[in-house]
Design a protein around this ligand. Structure first.
Ligand SMILES: NC(=O)c1ccc[n+]([C@@H]2O[C@H](COP(=O)([O-])OP(=O)(O)OC[C@H]3O[C@@H](n4cnc5c(N)ncnc54)[C@H](OP(=O)(O)O)[C@@H]3O)[C@@H](O)[C@H]2O)c1
Length: 271
């Protein structure tokens, strides 16, 4: 019965709000939603990037409607602004929280303000938007939420301690909420991508030359988006958004912690 309800909900979902939709994983995911006939509601902070990316998407999918809101999700009332804006289009069937960034370096050497901004975006904005839209979806009796975490939640990550902690919040919050919302027609999927080169993430985090982007588990943005889109639409609990990550996870569980940490230290170093 639950399966039937989920399938029926899937068939009528048509409006997707994607934070960070104009770049990287959010943009790659948007292509799947566009292909499936969704109207896209994008929220990012860089106006020209929003405009240019929207034009690219419209060129590739001429019948797709893309609406954009330029807002800094670090601002205190920005999530309420996003909520009212999105409701002005008649509501949201799918929310993807992809906006996020990382900081890199030893804790005492990182920029304190950048770290605080990261915590506000990765934790506070993800929390607030999930909360607002989960309530909206519950009132409608259906909806999908995809929250983009990271494989940094799987083990300690030296040089990215705060980033890993923000994504651990996303992971624990989203999977707990998934259980809480069982049988409501609303599902929250935690997406776990490994290092994904070719997005804005590496540069934003000052991680040029860091080995992990060419490392053992690195994958393409297209693979992340393909696996994440299917998982979100099915309402899966968790999506390990790379086949390599899926194969190696059980093997990694067999290795001693010290070996894993040596590998991580190497991967997080600069070549
Ligand atoms: N790439 C990776 O290796 C990787 C791995 C695991 C997880 N992730 C996660 O995947 C998500 C997407 O990252 P990505 O790789 O696609 O990087 P990206 O290309 O840099 O995309 C990040 C998006 O977030 C938006 N954003 C940043 N700060 C914002 C703010 N204050 N207000 C509103 N929007 C803001 C950016 O908008 P503007 O362009 O307008 O600034 C951009 O569209 C992030 O949550 C990241 O932590 C990435």
């Amino acid at each position: 019965m639950a399966h039937f309800i989920a399938k029926k909900a899937h068939a009528v979902l048509k409006q997707a709000l994607i934070t960070g939709g104009s770049s990287g994983i959010g943009f790659a995911l948007s292509k799947h939603f566009a292909k499936a006939g969704y109207t896209l509601l994008w929220v990012s902070e860089n106006e020209s990037q929003l405009r240019d990316a929207a034009n690219v998407l419209r060129n590739n999918f001429p019948s797709t409607r893309v609406e954009t809101l330029c807002v800094d999700l670090n601002e205190l009332n920005s999530c309420d602004q996003v909520y009212s804006w999105a409701l002005g289009f008649g509501g949201v069937d799918v929310l993807v929280n992809s906006a996020g960034f990382g900081t890199y370096g030893k804790l005492h050497e990182t920029d304190l303000n950048a770290e605080l901004r990261m915590i506000r975006l990765n934790v506070f904005a993800t929390y607030k938007l999930t909360r607002l839209f989960a309530d909206h979806m519950l009132q409608r009796g259906s909806g999908r939420i995809g929250n983009i975490a990271s494989n940094s939640i799987l083990q300690p990550v030296p040089h990215m301690a705060t980033y890993a902690a923000t994504k651990s919040f996303v992971y624990q919050f989203s999977r707990s909420l998934h259980e809480e919302l069982r049988y409501t027609g609303v599902a929250v999927t935690t997406v776990i991508p490994p290092a994904t080169p070719g997005t804005g993430f590496q540069q934003a985090a000052n991680m040029d030359g860091v080995r992990t982007f060419g490392g053992l588990l690195a994958t393409s943005v297209d693979e992340v988006a393909r696996l994440a889109y299917s998982a979100i639409m099915r309402g899966d609990r968790i999506c390990y958004a790379s086949r390599k990550l899926r194969w190696t996870r059980p093997l990694a569980a067999l290795l001693p912690h010290s070996i894993i940490q040596k590998l991580i230290r190497w991967e997080l170093g600069k070549a």
